[in-house]
Write a protein that binds this ligand. Structure first.
Ligand SMILES: O=C(O)c1cc(C(=O)O)c2c(n1)C(=O)C(=O)c1cc(C(=O)O)[nH]c1-2
Length: 245
């Protein structure tokens, strides 16, 4: 009978990447997989979307927007100190406002109105596509179920968002003048908010990820989030395909 030796020793533990290499790997995910590369965004920036496609994007992206403070509440509940919870609560206020009529969700409703969509249509959620519901559920549940390091790392798509906002504002002003420029306030506000949010989140992720395993899980979380944004646009893109033929 064979008595081949079985290697029972644990796999060697890999050294953590240096902070600079870890950060470079996180940034590389955004450069390679962020939705600024998605064909729908390329068409948006090139001025190739018709009014129906643009409205469909606004309605479906609103479903994402309104769930951002929900996932941020789930993250806040996992943070261990008052200082960190205070910091993260500010994100919820950025979206929900300090009072009715303020905040990012309100600004997105105004973007909808500027594009000819009444707020009841957006608030009802009736026209949200099934694939968009699944993508957004995927992100919210990820933040609900995964450790706080991964949930915070998933928000690091915001490292790439401010540059995209600038391109988008430019594209809207140039190619879609039928949308009143006041409607673009959401994007303008997000440039500085996104920079601050991503700086804070990056500091936390660099500080918390002490082992190679932590670092790899943070990179994987960011890839997952890129997939969420990508599949959201896949769904919106596919819904307009018939109109473009
Ligand atoms: O319009 C966009 O392309 C875009 C992308 C992202 C992103 O990269 O996740 C966010 C936003 N917008 C945004 O407005 C926003 O408030 C936001 C919060 C978060 C997050 O994961 O915490 N991402 C984003």
């Amino acid at each position: 009978m064979s008595t081949a030796a079985v290697n029972t020793s644990p796999a060697p533990v890999e050294e953590p990447w240096s902070p600079a290499e870890f950060e470079a790997r996180l940034r590389a995910v955004g450069e390679q997989r962020y939705h600024h590369l998605h064909p729908f965004n390329i068409r948006m920036h090139g001025g190739d979307l018709g009014p129906e496609e643009l409205r469909r994007w606004i309605v479906n992206r609103f479903h994402y927007q309104r769930h951002i403070p929900v996932k941020d509440a789930l993250i806040t509940a996992k943070l261990p100190t008052s200082e960190l919870r205070r910091m993260w609560l500010r994100r919820i206020q950025d979206h929900d406002g300090a009072r009715s009529g303020e905040g990012g969700i309100e600004r997105w409703l105004r973007l909808g109105e500027a594009a000819g969509l009444d707020r009841e249509t957006l608030l009802s959620g009736d026209s949200v596509l099934p694939g968009v519901r699944l993508a957004v559920d995927g992100y919210v549940n990820f933040c609900r179920l995964r450790p706080v390091l991964e949930a915070v790392a998933a928000s690091l798509t915001e490292l790439s968002a401010p540059d995209l906002m600038r391109i988008r504002i430019d594209a809207f002003e140039r190619h879609y003048p039928w949308i009143d420029a006041d409607g673009l306030a959401y994007f303008r506000t997000r440039v500085s908010q996104g920079r601050r949010d991503s700086r804070e989140a990056l500091d936390l992720v660099l500080r918390w990820a002490g082992t190679r395993d932590d670092q790899e899980r943070a990179v994987a979380a960011l890839r997952f989030k890129c997939d969420v944004l990508w599949s959201l646009l896949d769904t919106v893109d596919a819904a307009g395909r018939g109109e473009r033929q």
